[in-house]
Ligand binder design. Structure first.
Ligand SMILES: [Zn+2]
Length: 296
């Protein structure tokens, strides 16, 4: 009899519908690679929108999809299905793109990756973008606001960098400065990542209030797009903010990045070897992510 009950339990637990009805996490799934789980969803979870965890270790419940086409934006690379985010990031994109459309030569923004439908780690690409609060915005001025699906796959952004990121190239314009400034001035923005040469250029060109520059942080890559990271939305108790950037405009720090690009310091012989990165499992993510994964 006990065997029969055990077999019945296994059968029930093994059936996805039954597991969802019970709302109980399937124990064996704790060891599953989180990217395999979250990389497989086609749509969002049926919950209230809520980010769980941190930018590089978490998930997104109740994600909403950015419309493929808006009056002042285009979601690019639709085949990736990464135009999902927290409603705050969707609203942010709508408002920023309207401002971008007022810049000379721009009719709006081309939007790259936000998050997967339920956030979480991805099978390829980013480490962050896991909680629906990060968005990549193309440097290529958005001109055409009626691209086809195919057009959105085939068009490429443009690089703004020269000398490995130490400087901007001649495709950089004041419009880029103004759009990144507007993004930084949104109260919801925590950080913007862009290549060091762009930050230094903006430090030189800004003659007014410099407070917004604090949020613009030099980082590797980020010359085909800039990356906006929003703070945890008000009341999102499961969402983990990053520490605020150090006080000040960060311009000296960006200049140091540039100096290191131009004159790389010799490698430190005592530096410990980089730790190999372990794949995140479901057990590494906040426990709400299991429910986010199980919802219909
Ligand atoms: Zn990014």
């Amino acid at each position: 009899m006990r065997h029969l009950i055990a077999a019945l339990c296994v059968a029930l637990m093994g059936a996805p519908a039954a597991a969802q009805d019970l709302g109980a996490p399937v124990v064996s799934s704790q060891s599953k690679q989180a990217k395999q789980v979250f990389g497989a969803f086609g749509g969002g979870s049926g919950h209230k929108a809520e980010p769980y965890g941190s930018y590089a270790k978490g998930c997104l419940a109740g994600g909403v999809q950015l419309a493929e086409t808006g009056p002042t934006w285009q979601a690019m690379r639709l085949s990736r299905n990464r135009n999902w985010g927290h409603p705050e990031v969707i609203d942010f994109i709508e408002k920023l793109s309207a401002k971008a459309a007022r810049q000379p030569g721009w009719n709006g923004l081309y939007i790259g990756d936000i998050s997967q439908p339920r956030g979480g780690p991805m099978l390829s690409g980013h480490r962050s973008h896991q909680i629906g609060l990060d968005v990549d915005i193309w440097m290529l001025p958005g001109r055409q606001m009626n691209l086809t699906r195919k057009g959105r796959e085939n068009i490429s952004s443009i690089s703004m960098q020269r000398s490995k990121g130490a400087f901007v190239n001649d495709l950089w314009t004041r419009a880029h400065h103004e759009i990144i400034k507007a993004a930084a001035q949104d109260r919801r923005t925590a950080r913007i990542f862009v290549f060091p040469g762009a930050k230094v250029q903006m430090c030189k060109d800004e003659t007014g209030n410099r407070a917004w520059l604090r949020k613009v942080r030099p980082w590797f890559g980020h010359h085909y797009h800039f990356h906006v990271r929003l703070s945890c939305p008000r009341g999102a108790r499961g969402c983990v903010d990053q520490a605020a950037p150090p006080p000040g405009d960060g311009c000296a720090d960006a200049q140091e990045w540039v100096n290191n690009i131009l004159n790389p310091p010799p490698p430190d012989p005592n530096a410990p070897p980089p730790k190999p990165r372990r794949e995140l499992t479901m057990a590494d993510l906040p426990e709400q992510c299991a429910a986010t994964a199980q919802s219909q």
